[in-house]
Ligand binder design. Structure first.
Ligand code: KG4
Ligand code: ZN
Length: 380
């Protein structure tokens, strides 16, 4: 089955055509337009700008992806959760194509897309002729940790399409926390990858940041306290003004941004014996500890056969390695799956792959009924 995947829920307009069968989902053609360079200037995603840019890019991208390709058999489009300004553009494009080509439409959940990002296979004729690669197979029950700029969720998956959210963040998502703290030290949006790069050369135990809710006994998360703690540490060590508080506006931060951004190397100290690399390594470790402890707790209780790590933060090398090590040590029988790096961030291929499993069950939504839902929960 040929599926066209359409993703526009945040700051990437991404279109992909996949050939899906019982051998797996193979990418035939894909194109993504990232808006990061534009949103960078504002320190985060501006919904109105995002919507306009998706609208400008979506038709040329669909044309480019379908050039010299056959007509798809179905369309999968992200209809939530995400920014309404972006979702509407993708859903409208999908609706028009479904009507014009008379092909069915799958309304696809963005988080479900991140779960299936681990399944995407690059086009390779020899692999395509083999039975499905077992390392890519999801064995049920499966446990998914989805960590991105907008979400931090632990999800139990009993079968394709059967989800239960075990826990989620009460405030900031993990990626959001990375991005906000990165902004405090003068790094541009999205700050997660830059913090993790600086952290490579730092000491994880240099600063004892809190691990919020690590012992709460449930599967919920909270990262805003960690962000505040990072802010206070910077203030108390005279890296930020002493009058600074959580609501300090960005114009007050402007003057200090460049001074801290000019301290990226380990030999430059931001406080006695502590470098900016140490700050990043200690902060990153606090987030990873919480994510790993909660995932292990859920694995112990729910005994999954597969653990999936997905979402933009799954690109974090330390998180991938730490989770892999813990799973091998404590649950060697569990298969651990992570997306290829290029599919960790938002992409159309993951939406097509998730949509395929619904298309197999003929779970379609008519072009005149599909709606965008910015708050769509995967288990609703
Ligand atoms: O899934 P995604 O592309 O978009 C959302 O659905 O939110 O995730 C983007 C998030 C950003 O917050 C970004 O800082 C974070 O993923 N991210 C990382 C890394 N790479 C991307 N966070 C930590 N370490 C990384 N290496
Ligand atoms: Zn995402």
């Amino acid at each position: 089955m040929l599926i066209l995947g359409i993703e526009s829920s945040c700051d990437d307009t991404s279109i992909a055509l996949l050939d899906c069968s019982d051998k797996g989902c193979f990418v035939l053609s894909e194109k993504t337009a990232s808006q990061i360079d534009v949103h960078k200037k504002y320190g985060g995603v501006v919904p109105e700008i995002a919507g306009r840019m998706h609208a400008e890019k979506i038709v040329p991208l669909i044309e480019a992806v379908l050039e010299n390709q056959p007509k798809p058999d179905a369309i999968a489009v992200t209809s939530g959760p995400g920014l309404i300004t972006g979702l509407l553009v993708g859903v409208e494009a999908a609706r028009v194509l479904s009507y014009a080509w008379d092909i069915p439409l799958v309304s696809t959940n963005h988080i479900e897309g991140h779960i299936y990002s681990t399944q995407i296979q690059d086009r390779d004729s020899s692999a395509a002729s083999l039975p499905q690669n077992d390392s890519k197979k999801i064995y049920f029950p499966a446990l998914a940790l989805i960590v991105s700029g907008g979400h931090t969720e632990l999800i139990l998956m009993k079968n394709h399409g059967d989800y239960k959210i075990l826990g989620s963040t009460k405030d900031d998502a993990a990626g959001e926390c990375f991005d906000k703290v990165a902004k405090l030290i003068g790094l541009t949006y999205p700050g997660g990858p830059q913090i993790s790069k600086l952290a490579l050369e730092g000491k994880t135990d240099a600063i004892n940041f809190p691990r919020p809710m690590i012992n709460s006994g449930d599967y919920n998360f909270s990262f805003s306290g960690l962000k505040t703690s990072a802010l206070y540490w910077l203030r108390d060590n005279h890296i930020l003004p002493t009058t600074l508080n959580e609501t300090t506006n960005q114009s007050q931060l402007k003057g200090i941004d460049s001074s801290i951004a000019s301290l990226p190397q380990n030999d430059k100290q931001v406080a006695t014996n502590i470098s900016i690399n140490d700050f990043c390594a200690s902060f990153e470790q606090a987030i990873i500890d919480v994510l790993v402890v909660k995932t292990m707790l859920a694995a112990q209780e729910h005994k999954p056969k597969t653990i999936i790590l997905g979402g933009g933060v799954s690109a974090n090398k330390k998180l991938r390695e730490t989770l892999a090590t813990e799973i091998t040590k404590r649950f060697p029988e569990i298969s651990f799956q992570i997306p290829e790096l290029k599919y960790a961030m938002d992409n159309g291929a993951m939406i097509a792959t998730a949509g395929y499993h619904h298309a197999l069950k003929k779970e379609f939504t008519s072009w005149n009924k599909i709606t965008a839902d910015p708050n769509w929960k995967i288990d609703n």
